[in-house]
Design a protein around this ligand. Structure first.
Ligand SMILES: [Zn+2]
Length: 264
């Protein structure tokens, strides 16, 4: 009897700890990687990107913002038609630890509606910000949270050579790579230009297509064991409040007597 209790306890503990971390890559001996593009769809960049991917026979995963997807349903359909995967990146990009649980679930549901019927149960929280409570909301709604192991840092003004070299020096079998086919919020107008990112992806695929297969996140997850990290992160309030974007004011965050508040 005691052995059985111990066995159940061990099983429970391992089930809980496997959910405790957030997926950042996949353990596989096969040369497969996943490119992911956040914040789109964008009416200009995304169709260009689809052409680049097709030219190199690469598949990718698009974590779309619901508000953008609702405005460009034709592009959502085109992305899905190209064999790419579509995941959830919230309705309008708030920092999840800084809004209420009810707001978070409404954000995820509204985005899911905008990317239906193509969206998968994959979530990437805006800014990569999350805490224990936002993880529980994702679990409650049946989403896997997908972060990344390599960031191109294409939200600042780096050129294509810099981004390509950065990715090439960090890429491994099973890597999940973070890029943006749009920037929903940014610090400076010039950062929004997606041309350097498009050139970087073209260069990268030109150099690595023979070495790696570029697959979607669901395909990569089928290849091996997901690797998880304890990922709790919160952006600075001043940083968030200084951001701007094509959809207007956005969320404002403040701290009053140690309590965080936010409003649209
Ligand atoms: Zn984002």
């Amino acid at each position: 009897m005691l052995d059985l209790i111990k066995k159940v306890y061990r099983k429970l503990k391992s089930a809980l700890s496997s959910q405790g971390g957030t997926i950042t890559s996949v353990s596989t001996s096969r040369p497969m990687v996943a490119l992911t593009f956040d914040d789109g769809p964008d009416p200009i960049c995304t169709p260009h990107l689809l052409d680049v991917l097709q030219r190199h026979n690469a598949k990718a995963t698009f974590f779309m913002v619901g508000q953008a997807a609702a405005r460009h349903p034709d592009i959502v359909e085109k992305v899905a038609g190209g064999g790419h995967a579509i995941g959830n990146h919230s309705w309008d990009h708030p920092s999840f630890p800084r809004i209420t649980s009810q707001e978070r679930r409404a954000q995820i549901r509204a985005c899911a509606k905008a990317i239906a019927p193509y969206g998968q149960q994959l979530l990437r929280p805006p800014y990569g910000d999350q805490n224990l409570w936002s993880r529980l909301d994702a679990l409650w709604l049946g989403y896997q949270v997908i972060m990344y192991s390599v960031a191109a840092v294409d939200w600042l003004d780096h050129d294509e050579e810099w981004m390509k070299s950065r990715i090439m020096s960090r890429i491994r079998n099973g890597s999940i790579i973070l890029l943006h086919d749009s920037l929903f919020r940014y610090g400076e107008d010039r950062y929004a230009d997606r041309a350097p990112m498009l050139r970087a992806v073209d260069l990268l695929l030109g150099e690595l297509s023979g070495r790696f297969s570029f697959v979607t996140v669901p395909e990569l997850l089928r290849e091996g064991r997901p690797l998880r990290k304890k990922w709790h992160k919160k952006c600075d309030i001043d940083f968030l409040n200084d951001l701007k974007g094509p959809y207007g004011e956005g969320w404002r965050y403040s701290e009053v007597d140690g309590w965080l508040t936010s409003r649209k």
